[in-house]
Ligand binder design. Structure first.
Ligand code: ATP
Length: 308
C-alpha cells in the first residue's frame, strides 16, 4: 500500500516490517512509503504500533522482519545521522538552559562548535523561542515551550527526515499553529516528515498523506484526497432555519443516518444516492439555510478503517 506520491529514489519505504514483544505482535507486516515535501500523519488507536514503527526507523528497536529504505538504500546508522526524532516523552536535561541544551545536542550530532552555535540560534528562533526564553532553564518553561525545545533539538542538525511522536499533544491553539507552520515550511523545503497524532481534524487540515494503523497493521494509507474519493461515499450536511418535518429523509433511496427532525443533520449518501433528490426533499421539509455535499472526514474514514 503506497502512502504517498513520489519517485522511488526519493522515498522513505517500509516493506513488511514486523516486530513482536513476546506474544504481542506490535507490528505485523507494515508496508507504506513517505515522500519528501508532503506531511504524513501516522494514525491509530492506543497500542496500534505507531511508536514501535517510529522506533524501528530510528534504530531504537530492531524489527524481526522486513526492510526500511531511504532513497532506495537500506536505513543504516550512517543514514540515520540525517534523521531527526522528537520523542513523545521528554529527553531533555531539566536544569540546562535552553540555548546551551540545543547547542549540546548539535555538537552531539557532529557539528563544529561554531556551526552548532549558529544552527542552535537559528533553530530556537524558528520554533519561536526568542532570546528571553533561550536563556532559561528547561524546567522553568511551560509544557508547550518545552515541546518547542524538544523540536529545536530534533531539528538542529538540519535532518532530511523528521519523525515526531505526538508533537501536538498538550499544545494550545497558538502552539499548534506555530508547530504546524514549522512542519509545513520544513516540508516545503524538501524534508520528509512523519508524525503521529490522535488529533484527526488537525491531521486532516495539515497532512497530504495519512498512514492508519490498527493492531500492528497498516489498514488505510495514501494521499488523503485519493482516499476520500475512493470511498465513493459522500455526506450531506443540511441546516434548516427551523425544525423540519419529522422523518423527511428516512424514505430517500441511498440515504442513511441523522435524527431527521433536527435542525442540523449529517446524512450519509451511498454511491448510487442522488444529492438532487435529497435537496428537493429538504426544501419540501423546511427552510434550508445550508446544504453541502462533503467527502467523508478523516475521522469517519478512521472509524471505518479501525472498526470502532
Ligand atoms: N517495550 C515493550 N515491551 C512489551 N510490549 C511493548 C513494548 N513496547 C510496545 N509494546 C506493545 O506493543 C503494542 C504497540 O505499542 P506502541 O507503543 O507502538 O503503540 P502506539 O500506537 O504508539 O500507542 P499509543 O497511541 O498509545 O502511544 C502495544 O500492545 C504495546 O503494549
Amino acid at each position: 500500500m503506497a502512502a504517498a506520491v513520489g519517485e522511488v529514489g526519493t522515498l522513505l519505504e517500509f516493506a513488511g516490517v514486523s516486530k513482536s514483544y513476546g506474544s504481542v505482535r506490535a507490528l505485523d507486516g507494515c508496508t507504506f512509503t513517505a515522500a519528501p515535501k508532503r506531511l504524513v500523519g501516522l494514525l491509530g488507536p492506543n497500542g496500534a504500533g505507531k511508536t514501535t514503527l517510529m522506533r524501528c526507523l530510528l534504530g531504537l528497536v530492531e524489527p524481526d522482519a522486513g526492510t526500511l529504505r531511504w532513497r532506495g538504500s537500506p536505513v543504516t546508522d550512517e543514514v540515520r545521522r540525517r534523521f531527526g526524532y522528537m520523542p513523545e516523552e521528554r529527553g531533555l536535561y531539566p536544569s540546562m538552559p535552553v540555548d546551551e541544551q540545543v547547542r549540546y545536542f548539535a555538537r552531539l550530532s557532529g557539528l563544529s562548535r561554531s556551526a552548532a552555535a549558529r544552527s542552535a540560534r537559528a533553530v530556537t528562533d524558528r520554533v519561536g523561542l526568542g532570546p528571553e526564553l533561550a536563556g532559561r532553564r528547561v524546567e522553568q518553561l511551560s509544557h508547550g515551550n518545552q515541546q518547542r525545545v524538544q523540536l529545536a533539538v530534533a531539528l538542529v542538525h538540519e535532518p532530511e527526515v523528521v519523525v515526531l511522536d505526538e508533537p501536538f499533544a498538550g499544545l494550545d491553539p497558538l502552539g499548534v499553529q506555530t508547530l504546524g507552520g514549522v512542519l509545513r515550511d520544513l516540508a516545503d523545503e524538501g524534508t520528509t516528515l512523519l508524525f503521529s497524532s490522535h488529533q484527526l481534524d488537525l491531521v486532516q487540515h495539515l497532512c497530504q498523506d495519512v498512514v492508519t494503523m490498527d493492531r500492528g497493521r497498516v489498514v488505510l494509507a495514501g494521499p488523503l484526497e485519493e482516499l476520500q474519493q475512493a470511498t465513493r461515499r459522500r455526506h450531506i450536511d443540511v441546516t434548516f432555519g427551523r425544525r423540519p418535518a419529522p422523518g423527511w429523509s428516512t424514505a430517500l433511496p441511498g440515504v442513511a443516518g441523522g435524527p431527521a427532525a433536527e435542525r442540523r443533520v449529517r446524512l450519509t449518501l451511498a454511491a448510487d444516492g442522488d444529492p438532487a433528490t435529497v435537496l428537493r426533499a429538504a426544501l419540501a421539509a423546511g427552510p434550508v439555510l445550508r446544504f453541502a455535499l462533503e467527502p467523508p472526514s478523516l475521522e469517519e474514514m478512521f472509524r471505518e478503517a479501525v472498526h470502532r
